[in-house]
Design a protein around this ligand. Structure first.
Ligand SMILES: Nc1ncnc2c1ncn2[C@@H]1O[C@H](COP(=O)(O)OP(=O)(O)OP(=O)(O)O)[C@@H](O)[C@H]1O
Length: 227
């Protein structure tokens, strides 16, 4: 599913690499808990996996395709077909309603729309209900939502149309304990039902036992040893 080989990445203007990973392979359908201290490169690694960032050396392959071999437009199209991302800052479109934000991947990707049993609108409504956002809220604009509501809309948007890879960057940080447990159950169930691979970043070690694998980024990232 995901294969990283000899990957180096430096932010523009930085004198040194922030990531240097010899090899990392993640099999289809696995759930992976990625952890490490603030600043060790977790979000950067997720950006490389999702093809938002491109390595300066080495390869990052998703489903056998190296992101670096594609131009920006083709990376965007491939991402929306195959990857659902819950960003740390959610990245909802503020002027769209809750429902329209969830539907976005299905508007840009025929593959995602085709995988919605019963149609995209029904899939969006079902996901919103499952993340605890009832119908009276669906027409509300994203910029009128609480942080916890935005986080759950971002999760529903990532899951719609069963992408092969789901990437989540600290998705439970704004949720209380009860909502966090519901959210985790939904995320794990949705990924298991779709056979999606899940790469999940969190500082909350209590969540780690729910995952097939735990990956410590400091143990993988050789750039930290030389920083
Ligand atoms: N847009 C950017 N431009 C330049 N440097 C960046 C940028 N984003 C992150 N960095 C740097 O890259 C390094 C890794 O940052 P990253 O956000 O990947 O860490 P993280 O492990 O996800 O941290 P946190 O747990 O605090 O979210 C840090 O030194 C950070 O300052």
């Amino acid at each position: 599913m995901l294969r990283l080989q000899g990957v180096c990445f430096a932010w523009p203007g930085a004198a040194t690499d922030c990531l240097d990973i010899e090899a990392l392979h993640i099999a289809a359908g696995r759930t992976v808990f990625l952890h490490g201290p603030s600043g060790c490169g977790k979000s950067t690694l997720l950006g490389l996996m999702a093809g938002v960032l491109v390595a300066r050396a080495g390869s990052v392959e998703l489903l056998g395709q190296d992101w670096a071999a594609l131009g920006g437009g083709r990376r965007d199209a491939r991402r929306v077909d195959h990857v659902g991302v819950i960003f740390q800052q959610f990245n909802l479109l503020p002027y769209l309603t809750m429902l329209d934000n969830v539907l976005l991947p299905t508007r840009f990707s025929k593959a995602r729309a085709a995988r919605c049993a019963g149609g995209a609108a029904a899939a969006a409504r079902s996901l919103l209900e499952r993340v605890g956002l009832p119908a009276p809220l669906w027409a509300r604009r994203a910029d009128a939502l609480s942080v916890g509501q935005q986080q759950r809309v971002a999760a529903a948007r990532a899951l719609i149309g069963a992408p092969e890879l789901v990437i989540a960057d600290e998705p439970t940080s704004a949720l209380d304990a009860a909502r966090r447990d519901d959210f985790m159950a939904l995320l794990m169930d949705a990924c298991a039902a779709a056979g999606s691979t899940l790469v999940f970043v969190s500082h909350d070690e209590r969540l780690a036992d729910r995952f097939d694998e735990k990956l410590s980024l400091p143990a993988l990232n050789r750039a930290l040893a030389t920083a």
